[in-house]
Design a protein around this ligand. Structure first.
Ligand code: BTN
Length: 258
C-alpha cells in the first residue's frame, strides 16, 4: 500500500465529500476516507443531486498529490480504472464494462458508478488536498436518471456490502495511483481507452450552454475529450456525453439525479 487507509464510517451524512473536506482541513493524512450508509445531500457532477438511499456505496478518499490542479484532474480516470477492474473481477466475462467519459463506469451500457472530484489549491496553484467521491450502485439505482442506470445485484446477482466494496476499491486504486504519481496518466491512458464507451462514434457533448455533435476521436494526455465536429477538432474539458441518436427528456437538466 502506498498510503495507510483510515476509514471513518457514519450512518448518515449530508455528503461524504463534505465530511472528508472538514477532516482534511483538520489535517488528516492522505488515505483517510469517509463512508456513509446514506447521504441526505449527496452531490453529483455539474450541480446534480446524487440520490443516496441505504445499500449503495457512498465513499470519499483523501489524496495529497504533489501536482497542479490541472494535472490532478486525471486522477478521476485512475479511480475509474480501479472501479472497472473491480467489476471485471466480480462479473461474468461476457459482461460489457466501459468507461464513459469523463468518470462514469457503465455495465452492459448502463451507469453503475460516478465520481465527484473536489480539490483545494495553495497560492502556487498546487493541490493542497483532493477528494475522490465515489458512488457505486450496489443494490439499487434510480429509474429516472439522466443516463440509464443499473446496479451490481441486478447485473451479477451479487450482494456486496459497501465497506467491502470500499476496501476492494482502495486495494485496486493503490498500485494505479503509484504508477500515476511516478509517471502521470500517460502509461494508464491506453487501458482507459481500451474500455472507452462511444470511442470512434458520433456523440453529443452537452456543455450546458452549448451542445456539440461530432466523432469521439480520443482523449489527450490531460484527459480532455477530442471531438471531431464540422468546425474541426474540439478539446472538451467538461460535459455530459451521449450517443448522438440518444434522446432523453432529462438532457441538459442540472437537477436530475445520477
Ligand atoms: C456523478 O456521476 O455525477 C458523480 C456522483 C458522485 C457521487 C458520490 S457519492 C460519495 C460522494 N459524496 C457525494 O456527495 N458525491 C460523491
Amino acid at each position: 500500500m502506498s498510503f495507510p487507509f483510515q476509514l471513518y464510517e457514519y450512518e448518515e451524512l449530508g455528503s461524504t465529500n463534505d465530511e472528508l473536506r472538514r477532516l482534511a482541513q483538520l489535517g488528516v493524512p492522505e488515505g483517510s476516507a469517509v463512508l456513509a450508509e446514506r447521504q441526505n445531500a449527496g452531490r453529483g457532477r455539474r450541480g446534480r443531486i446524487w440520490v443516496s438511499e441505504p445499500g449503495n456505496l457512498y465513499f470519499s478518499l483523501l489524496l495529497h498529490p504533489r501536482c497542479s490542479v490541472k494535472e490532478a484532474a486525471s486522477l478521476g480516470f485512475v479511480a475509474q480504472l480501479a472501479v472497472s477492474e473491480w467489476l471485471a473481477k466480480l462479473l461474468p466475462a461476457s459482461t460489457k464494462i466501459q468507461h464513459k467519459w469523463p468518470n462514469d463506469v457503465l455495465v452492459n451500457g448502463k451507469k453503475i458508478s460516478g465520481l465527484l472530484l473536489e480539490s483545494s489549491a495553495n497560492a502556487e496553484g498546487l493541490v493542497d488536498w483532493l477528494i475522490l467521491g465515489l458512488g457505486i450502485n450496489l443494490c439499487h439505482h434510480p429509474e429516472d436518471a439522466l443516463f440509464p442506470a443499473t446496479n451490481l445485484f441486478e447485473e451479477g446477482g451479487l450482494r456486496m456490502m459497501a465497506e467491502e466494496a470500499a476496501q476492494d476499491f482502495v486495494r485496486l486504486f493503490q498500485p494505479l495511483y503509484a504508477v500515476w504519481k511516478e509517471r502521470g496518466f500517460a502509461p494508464l491512458r491506453s487501458s482507459w481507452l481500451s474500455r472507452a464507451a462511444f470511442l470512434g462514434e458520433m456523440i453529443k457533448a452537452d456543455r450546458g450552454e452549448k451542445k456539440i455533435e461530432g466523432i469521439f476521436k480520443d482523449i489527450d494526455a490531460e484527459g480532455f475529450l477530442l471531438l471531431e465536429s464540422h468546425e474541426g477538432i474540439q478539446r472538451i474539458g467538461a460535459a455530459d456525453i451521449f450517443p448522438a441518436i440518444y434522446h432523453s427528456s432529462k438532457e441538459g437538466s442540472h437537477a436530475a439525479s445520477h
